[in-house]
Design a protein around this ligand. Structure first.
Ligand code: ADP
Ligand code: GLC
Length: 486
């Protein structure tokens, strides 16, 4: 099947969060399943730099008249087939360094509606035959940045060729791509597209609704989140629409790219290990404590956090529970960036107790690997979490996740209760009520288990053995593609 994946970021070229990890792994997984997968990306500097052998495919004009060029190149991954990558070469829109969505003062770019409309528009043009040599059978768009692709496809004139199916995946419903309605005229969509059954959202223009209303099939990144977003509490105002489309909505759990996240082969951690040879993990912990200036205590449970510092991630619970964590003999190592208030609060805690608390502000891919490698517990107390990847990396690296039982966190972590430990299914710690007391009890459960080394080892073995392979996720997407074409 010819499949076009459309996203704004893709690991390892450009990453601000989990979307990039998934956008990078999915085409490789589809290729491994024998499919003809390509990607379409905006020509951000980091993406242009990471795509080899680009050559022009076609020139075109954006709906608002601006000329641009479609390029085709390839993304090379060691040990895997190349992924053909289309780039939108429109320097006036994309040639800006740093974060793809906002300026250096963290303000969204004023022309984001154009920058991301063009991504969806070019996807729809490819479905119409813009590249005479390759036309997709499925366009799979990710998050609001690509969400206009299904809308443009739905309103495109018939080509006479076979119908192209559209699939839209919600990675995070909280980010919807809302713009002033006055921009609608620039998008080149017919007036009926701006209706309550289209892009209109309380008088504004919602890119997310373009995907939700017009895609043939909808997916999100965990079964629990697929249910949650159909409720007023978690539907971000779109739960009614999602309920009306529940017949075409599925939750497919994200997987883990074994070429990137595998402690047995990971070149970014100082010592390799696997479930049967765990000496390397103890050495990773010692090296990490040394690197971060933490006291070199082999038996102090080391809690790690790798996260965007935002409201979503529930980190005020970690701050509020820090005294108790330290009083019980634990250490905390955090890597994150985002909210300035949270950054400062965590920095102050590290300054006050540098032998027990380490805080690294910024984005650091290799330190993230070392934290999972050296950690005992990975904290992910998110308020909501569509899927969450860090708890899955924590599982794989034997840094047991401690999570709020929502979204993908509920689908991937089994609390270490006596009965689930007896069944060999326990893989971490989870709490139900999003409050300080429930979080504190989960932390105490982690300490209690840590003080029972053979039980800890058993839970860690279950965690490290939890299947998270892309093969089964890719098979589920292929089934959805077949439905979208039917
Ligand atoms: P989200 O996409 O909501 O941020 P996920 O858990 O799905 O959450 O994915 C986060 C991804 O970003 C993971 O790959 C994680 O390791 C990475 N990450 C988050 N913050 C940082 C950071 N400060 N430095 C390096 N990697 C980070
Ligand atoms: C979003 C979500 C996160 C998910 C990621 C990849 O960023 O916040 O939960 O893991 O997308 O699907």
């Amino acid at each position: 099947m010819k499949i076009l994946q459309v996203s704004a970021e893709l690991f390892p070229l450009l990453k601000t969060g989990g979307l990039a990890d998934i956008a990078g792994a999915m085409p490789l997984a589809l290729k491994a399943a024998g499919q003809d997968a390509r990607v379409l990306l905006p020509g951000f500097p980091a993406i242009v730099a990471g795509v080899a052998d680009t050559a022009p495919v076609a020139g075109f004009r954006a709906p608002w008249g601006e000329p641009a060029l479609l390029l085709l190149g390839r993304i090379a991954t060691p040990g895997a087939p190349d992924i053909p990558a289309y780039l939108i070469d429109a320097p006036s829109l994309y040639d800006r360094p740093g974060n793809p969505y906002e300026d250096p003062r963290h303000q969204p770019y004023g022309d984001n509606h154009r920058r991301f409309a063009l991504l969806g528009w070019v996807a729809a043009q490819l479905a119409q035959g813009l590249d005479a040599a390759w036309r997709p059978e499925i366009v799979h768009a990710h998050d609001w940045h690509a969400a206009l692709a299904p809308a443009y496809m739905a309103f495109a004139p018939p080509t006479g060729g076979p119908r192209v199916g559209s699939v839209f995946t919600v990675h995070n419903l909280a980010f919807q791509g809302l713009f002033a309605a006055s921009h609608f005229a620039e998008l080149g969509l017919p007036a009926p597209a701006f209706s309550i059954d289209g892009l209109e959202y309380h008088g504004q223009l919602s890119f997310m609704k373009g995907g939700l209303c017009f895609a043939d099939r909808l997916t999100t990144v965990s079964p629990t989140y697929a249910r949650e977003i159909q409720t007023p509490a978690q539907g971000c105002g779109l739960d009614g629409l999602l309920r009306s489309r529940s017949g075409v909505l599925s939750g497919i759990l994200n997987a883990v790219d074994d070429q990137v996240w595998n402690p047995a082969t990971d070149a970014l951690i100082p010592h390799r290990y696997d479930p049967l040879r765990l000496a390397g993990k103890a050495r990773c912990k010692a090296a990490l404590q040394d690197e971060l200036g933490l006291a070199p205590l082999a038996d102090a449970p080391l809690f790690v956090v790798v996260s965007r510092l935002t409201e979503q991630k529930g980190l005020h619970l970690v701050l509020g529970g820090l005294d108790a964590l330290l009083a019980q003999g634990g250490q905390l190592a955090l890597l994150g960036s985002g909210d300035a208030v949270l950054e400062t609060a965590f920095r102050e805690r590290a300054a006050a107790a540098p032998r027990s608390v380490s805080v690294s502000v910024g984005y650091n891919e290799s330190l993230a690997h070392r934290l999972f490698g050296g950690g005992d517990v990975t904290l992910v107390p998110s308020l909501f979490e569509p899927c969450g990847l860090t708890q899955m990396y924590g599982l794989k690296y034997g840094s047991l996740p401690l999570v709020h039982r929502v979204g993908g966190l509920a689908d991937t972590v089994v609390d270490a209760t006596l009965e689930d430990m007896a069944d060999g299914t326990a893989t971490g710690f989870s709490f139900v009520d999003f409050d300080a007391d429930s979080y504190a009890r989960a932390v105490r459960r982690a300490f209690a288990l840590y003080r029972r080394p053979s039980d800890w080892r058993a839970v860690r073995a279950s965690a490290m053995g939890r299947p998270a392979d892309w093969g089964s996720a890719a098979a589920r997407y292929l089934a959805i593609y077949a439905e979208a074409l039917a």
